[in-house]
Ligand binder design. Sequence first.
Ligand code: HEM
Length: 72
Amino acid sequence: MPADPQKLIPQGGGDAATGHRCPGAGVMVGLLESLAPRLARLDYTVPDQDLTIALGRVIARPRSGFVINLTS
Ligand code: HEM
């Protein structure tokens, strides 16, 4: 499928061997596959915090980060 020029491709749209693409993409996908189910199983609450996005900052992120309190 051709890349949509309006979409973000976080690790680059090319081929790591011949062009612009992060060679760590496979490592990151493996880490996320392992991490996502662990995060989904956590019991936590989210305290009051500032979740607005600071658009003048690179990398954009919520002003408070994302604070959680583990409940178990
Ligand atoms: C979510 C995590 C990551 C993102 C979004 C990301 C994104 C990128 C991007 C956009 C580039 C530039 C590609 C280009 O235009 O040529 C890059 C390059 C690179 N990344 Fe990543 N990366 C991530 C994680 C990693 C990891 C975990 C590793 C190593 C295990 C890694 C190693 C590299 C290296 C060595 C380059 C330079 C490649 C070159 O210029 O020859 N990255 N990354």
